[in-house]
Design a protein around this ligand. Sequence first.
Ligand SMILES: NC(=O)c1ccc[n+]([C@@H]2O[C@H](COP(=O)([O-])OP(=O)(O)OC[C@H]3O[C@@H](n4cnc5c(N)ncnc54)[C@H](O)[C@@H]3O)[C@@H](O)[C@H]2O)c1
Ligand SMILES: [Mg+2]
Ligand SMILES: [Zn+2]
Length: 277
Amino acid sequence: MTPGWITTTLLDNDAPGGWAVARSRDGFLHDANGPLFPREWLKRQDLSVFAEHGIGHLDGEPVCLLELDSAGEVQGCSWQGLRGFMLQGDHTLYKVLGYAAQIGTWAREHRFCGSCGQAMVQVPRERAMYCQACDLRSYPRISPSMIVLVTRGDEILLARSPRFVPGVYSTLAGFAEPGESAEDCLVREVREEVQVEVRNIQYMGSQCWPFPHSMMLGFHAEYAGGDIVPQADEIEDAQWFSIHDLPPLPASRSIARYLIDLYLARRLGHAEPVLPG
Ligand SMILES: NC(=O)c1ccc[n+]([C@@H]2O[C@H](COP(=O)([O-])OP(=O)(O)OC[C@H]3O[C@@H](n4cnc5c(N)ncnc54)[C@H](O)[C@@H]3O)[C@@H](O)[C@H]2O)c1
Ligand SMILES: [Mg+2]
Ligand SMILES: [Zn+2]
């Protein structure tokens, strides 16, 4: 048995046994034991299965995803969104569900060729969809995004979007555009969102963010000039906060929180946090 979670290209859906997770628009099915169910048992429930995908092995046992058309009723079970699993519970299980969500979304959105519109087929032994007419392969989509903590000595720049939980302030973030490096993206996003200039950009680490398919590239950068002007619509408020007097911060497993905690630890001489993968 290999411990932990290992994604696999594809599994044989006809082979019996293993675990399954079920996903609908309402999130993942779970009961008191969590979101993993014996696969054979789950397939006997009255669920409208749209697609089945082998996604990996957990502690050596195969795991598959049942993508559903709708959230059915299963006695003793309820539905919970991926974000809920990110916020609390076992981190490995959250990784399983995050991967399942990305594969399920991608497969659902790539049933037809984006070039000619014909039905695509699953490539054997590879996580890819194929259009024979165009000789075109579509792979799971990942969207590179940068995230940055802008610092000025004992102050850090935090902002809030109208989408955030009330009161919470976070680091700045944004999707990379074609033609940009992560650093170009960082400079542009910081200008756009708060009209501030930065220098001494330092890469700190990355995190998969399956909402729905971001790859977060995390940085620290020093303030170099400009007064904060929040971008209309995108940024509700942005401020310099003293590291000794911070507002409510993002979830502890997010890279946003890691970037903040890491800066605080370095500034205050505390032990450095570990970035959850
Ligand atoms: N893990 C974390 O700690 C953390 C923290 C903050 C943001 N994020 C994530 O970073 C990503 C980017 O942050 P943001 O929302 O501030 O982005 P952003 O500042 O670029 O603005 C969002 C806008 O970008 C556009 N957009 C949406 N999807 C896109 C894509 N795939 N490529 C290019 N443009 C796209 C839309 O117009 C959307 O309204 C999001 O996925 C967000 O959830 C993660
Ligand atoms: Mg943004
Ligand atoms: Zn095609």
